[in-house]
Design a protein around this ligand. Structure first.
Ligand code: AMP
Ligand code: MG
Length: 310
């Protein structure tokens, strides 16, 4: 799917300050040299992302992560051992190598080691940490295939590496380790439960006070173009127009419906592609049966809430 030559070409582009779309296990990323303010600027331009939303830096080792922060706490070490490479971003105190352009002016930086051979090979080959948000325009659906990237960004990126569909399917869990207690800034497929099994109780963003506000967590985000209604058990389907009902447990009378996986890992892996497809089919609405309100579904529920009409 992706050849050594393509990795070498992509790495050369990264080293010369260009942007490259590449697969990770979460979603496709729009990558650039994390140490180069001009390259970072390009990411914001291509995405039309507000400058207030910091980027996540992708590393290929714990050593590379340590080289970017002032302090690597024991909790980071334990989490990295348990969950890296994988869909967990750790927010830590940045050092001077990380430009403030990348962190929206914050003194902290989000770091993660992705579990995708192409992403890891690209970081290794370029010899640089790679800043990468999702490879889509701001507020639109994240891409989980190379085709989604091409549809959304077209000529705006210098190269798209096609590593097939992503396995996890939604963005990483983001955990801040900069305060006296860890704070879950964004839920994802590494669940609160799994983190607490390792670290003991952690705080949720809503209980952590203002000091931990995570810029870039916009209430509307990750949205399909088609209006999406997230429905509780008693809420009716929209009456007007032609739509599709996505359910995992309770089918309804609907002209069109699609059953979603009842396991969170499988549900997350297909969610964005299902929404991309629904957009392409030109429905007037997408109705989604709300998933369970448990910790293992929290990342999925968070994305659906942000995607929905409220
Ligand atoms: P993404 O859009 O998936 O690349 O994820 C980036 C998001 O991670 C940002 O919009 C923030 O919500 C969060 N994030 C990244 N870096 C930091 C940071 N230094 N402090 C707090 N949140 C961060
Ligand atoms: Mg994104």
């Amino acid at each position: 799917m992706v050849s050594r030559e393509q990795i070498a070409q992509a790495a050369a582009l990264i080293r010369s300050g260009r942007v490259v779309a590449f697969p990770t296990e979460t979603v496709y990323g729009l990558g650039a040299n994390a140490l180069d303010p001009t390259a970072i600027e390009r990411i914001y331009e291509v995405k039309r992302r507000p400058k207030t939303s910091p980027l996540i830096v992708h590393v290929s080792s714990v050593n590379m992560a340590r080289s970017l922060v002032t302090d690597w706490p024991d909790s980071a070490d334990r989490l990295a051992k348990a969950f890296w490479p994988g869909p967990l971003t750790l927010v830590l105190q940045k050092n001077d190598r990380i430009p403030v352009e990348l962190t929206a002016g914050l003194a902290t930086v989000g770091l993660r080691m992705p579990a995708h051979p192409v992403a890891l090979a690209l970081i290794e080959e370029s010899g640089l940490p790679i800043a990468a948000p999702s490879a889509n325009r701001f507020t639109q659906l994240s891409p989980t295939t190379a085709q989604h990237v091409a549809n959304g960004l077209g000529d705006a990126v210098d190269l798209i590496l096609d590593g097939g569909p992503t396995e996890v399917g939604i963005e990483s869990t983001v955990l801040s380790l900069t305060g006296s207690q860890p704070v879950l800034l964004r839920p994802g497929m590494v669940s609160r439960e799994a983190i607490e099994a390792l670290l003991g109780p952690i705080l949720l963003l809503e209980n952590a006070g203002d000091a931990h506000a995570s810029p870039g967590l916009h209430s509307k985000h990750y949205s399909p173009r088609t209006p999406l209604y997230l429905l509780g058990p008693a809420e009716p389907l929209p009456k007007l127009g032609r739509g599709i009902h996505l359910y995992w447990s309770n089918p309804r009378e609907a002209a069109e419906s699609q059953v979603m996986p009842a396991e969170p890992e499988k549900y997350a892996a297909t969610l964005y592609d299902t929404l991309h497809q629904a957009d392409l089919r030109g429905y007037d609405w997408i109705a989604v049966e709300a998933p369970p309100a448990t910790s293992v579904w929290a990342g999925i529920l968070d994305r659906l809430v942000r995607a929905s009409i409220r």
